[in-house]
Design a protein around this ligand. Structure first.
Ligand code: 6GU
Length: 223
């Protein structure tokens, strides 16, 4: 899968995309992520990419021209699914991440300043947000979206990890996990996990997950 990210701050992405699982996915050619500086597509002699809002108001608005031309360069070789990261988008959830993970070519546009010229919406397929709080730009949300959907791209997670058993996929938070040693400075691992009794362990994990969810996210139980 190919992901192109359109941004005014490509330097924000470098560490995130090359580390850990995303770095391994890139090295294995499962996921090719490229960032593109929108400013490089400005026809203005000062490479301007934002301007004052018509009608007045605070802040600057991202101009249509650099975004249209940058987008055209991305989609020149074929169709792409185009996503704008904006706080007014649909909240990211596992279903959205799964659906986007099935796209062959995604283009992510990172909004900034006070917004994007509304005419850009004519070249956007959907708007996505990562929650009900406002960030300074769409860059961190784009990284969150790439990380979240990468886990649904076949081969990105090794067999040792599952997207089916974890938090939110089945509307429960995760059960507690332990590793060696069984006794760490007097803190014990629950006896049942050392029992080797698979069915009992599954039942215990399920009840722990339900209890955690009841305490921390009761809203999930009534969805
Ligand atoms: Cl996608 N963008 C910005 N600027 N703020 C956000 C967001 C996106 N999602 C939550 N807050």
């Amino acid at each position: 899968m190919k992901i192109d990210i359109l941004t005014l701050f490509p330097e924000m992405f470098t560490g995130v995309l090359s580390a850990s699982i995303l770095g391994r996915a890139a090295a294995a050619d499962l996921l090719t992520v490229e960032t593109h500086n929108i400013r490089d597509y400005s026809t203005d002699k000062h490479r301007k990419a934002d301007d004052y809002p018509f009608g007045g108001g605070a802040g600057l608005v991202m101009m249509a021209q650099p975004i249209f031309d940058c987008m055209a360069a991305m989609t020149g070789e074929g169709p792409a699914h185009r996503v704008l990261l904006t706080p007014r988008g649909a909240p990211l959830c596992p279903d959205i991440a799964k659906r986007l993970a099935n796209e062959e070519h995604l283009v992510l546009l990172c909004g900034h300043y006070e917004g994007v010229d509304e005419r850009v919406m004519t070249i956007i397929d959907e708007e996505v947000s990562i929650g009900d709080y406002v960030l300074t730009g769409g860059e961190l949300p784009a990284m969150v979206l790439v990380d979240c959907l990468a886990r649904f791209v076949p081969g990105v997670l090794g067999g040792e990890m599952s997207t089916e058993e974890e938090s939110f996929v089945n509307d429960l938070l995760e059960y507690p996990q332990y590793t060696r040693p069984a006794d760490f400075r007097g803190l014990q691992v629950p006896e049942i996990l050392l029992s080797g009794h698979h069915a009992n362990i599954q039942a215990w994990r399920r009840s722990q997950a339900e209890e955690k969810t009841r305490q921390i996210r009761p809203d999930l139980l009534y969805k």
